[in-house]
Ligand binder design. Structure first.
Ligand SMILES: *[C@@H]1O[C@H](CO)[C@@H](O)[C@H](O)[C@H]1NC(C)=O
Ligand SMILES: *[C@@H]1O[C@H](CO)[C@@H](O)[C@H](O)[C@H]1NC(C)=O
Length: 380
């Protein structure tokens, strides 16, 4: 390549870069030229001190007994209106109806959307955003809400420090298929390319959540994607939900981050941000480390009933033994007494059987004679 051509190329590259910087909507990615280590150049909040996700070091969490269970509102009342499923080039998003919400935080929050983060289809490669003691889960579900007590809508709330509440749910793989997640995964083939949108049947959103909503980690953080606003009250549940390996693989290999018209197809994979520094933030826990070994009221009731039944049973057995010992002077007498009533029972049974045999033989003969009769009443 001669030098004038090289200079032209350099000038071209310089102008291309400045042009990209001036564009309002910057196309960010997880890796590459506007990958996560570059986000803060374009979105200053991404370089802030209260970013998400974080690693939760369980020994450094602080138990806060005032953290009550979060209560989803209307998650199961999905109604008849379909949900919209959208590939936004970064993840799959379901918009949630405004009557769904969240209670158990200092304000009432209204549901906005849910989306997922995952890996790249290789086994043992976690795709969750938050980690626990340095370990990733296979994937992570986020349900996003805005503070509808203080702000009129999502766009007004998302820049405020108490504007959003996001539920984080760790997803693990096991043998069993999770039918709740098929409400999403089964339709992802219809939105393979970025910007594609489809309507899907509404479903019970609560069925995507773990059973125990009382055990969680709480901290103040941010959106995990640009513009990374530090406006999120995070609730990351301790209990995980399980999907099958096939469900995870489908989720991780079906979508493209490229648009349908793009000639170069790019799989939408590893759409998780690496964990960010806590910077002196404390992660609160709604449960203490030992509370897992404590018994619930239901378990206590079960144990009390079990012990009572055992005692009654033992008393009955003891009473029976004492009675039998008292009623007979020795075990020999007991032996002599036993055979007497048994033959009578046997005799009775034998005679009964004989009678039944007789009855059977007579009825079978009768049946042989009138074989067509049982089928005829079946006709209307
Ligand atoms: C959100 O609320 C703000 C403040 O009231 C308003 O200016 C804005 O238009 C609203 N945005 C939407 C999308 O409704
Ligand atoms: C989050 O920040 C608020 C102040 O805006 C503070 O009152 C609250 O305790 C913080 N929550 C946690 C979990 O640190």
């Amino acid at each position: 390549m001669n030098s004038p051509a090289l200079i032209l190329l350099l000038i071209f590259l310089f102008f291309q870069r400045t042009a990209a910087n001036s564009v309002e909507e910057i196309t960010w990615t997880y890796s590459g030229s506007v990958g996560q280590s570059e986000w803060s150049e374009y979105f200053p909040d991404c370089g802030g001190a209260s970013q998400s996700p974080v690693d939760v070091t369980t020994t450094q969490t602080k138990y806060d007994p005032s953290l009550v269970p979060v209560t989803p509102l209307g998650y199961s009342q999905h109604g008849n209106q379909p949900f919209s499923l959208h590939n936004n080039g970064h993840t799959v998003v379901i918009e949630l109806p405004g009557w769904m919400g969240l209670q158990g935080l200092p304000w009432l929050f209204t549901a906005v959307q849910l989306h997922l983060h995952w890996g790249n289809g290789s086994p043992g490669h976690g795709g969750s955003e938050h980690t626990i003691d340095g370990r990733s889960a296979d994937a992570e579900l986020h349900v996003v809400h805005y503070n509808s007590e203080l702000y009129p809508n999502m766009s007004a709330a998302m820049t405020q420090r108490d504007g959003l509440a996001v539920l984080g749910i760790f997803i693990e793989t096991g043998e069993e298929t999770n039918p709740a997640f098929n409400n999403i995964i089964n339709y992802m083939s219809r939105i393979r390319h970025a910007d594609q949108k489809e309507f899907i049947p509404a479903f019970d959103v609560q069925s995507l959540l773990p059973r125990s909503l009382g055990r969680y980690y709480r901290y103040n953080g941010s959106l995990t994607t640009p513009p990374c606003y530090q406006s999120v009250i995070w609730t990351v549940f301790q209990e995980r939900v399980q999907i099958s390996k096939a469900q995870l693989l489908k989720m991780e290999t079906i979508l493209y981050s490229s648009k349908a018209e793009d000639s170069h197809r790019m799989l939408l994979q590893d759409n998780y941000r690496v964990t960010q520094s806590l910077n002196h933030r404390v992660v609160l826990a709604s449960f203490s480390a030992e509370s897992g070994k404590e018994l619930s009221s239901g378990e206590v009731t079960a144990i009390v009933i079990g012990v009572m039944c055992g005692c009654v049973g033992l008393a009955v057995i003891v009473r029976f033994i004492v009675k039998t010992i008292r009623s007979s002077s020795s075990w020999d007498v007991l032996h002599n007494n036993r055979p007497a009533p048994s033959p009578r029972v046997n005799d009775q049974e034998h005679s009964k059987e004989k009678k039944q045999d007789l009855a059977l033989s007579t009825t079978s003969e009768a049946e042989k004679k009138e074989e067509p009769s049982p089928s005829s009443p079946a006709e209307p």
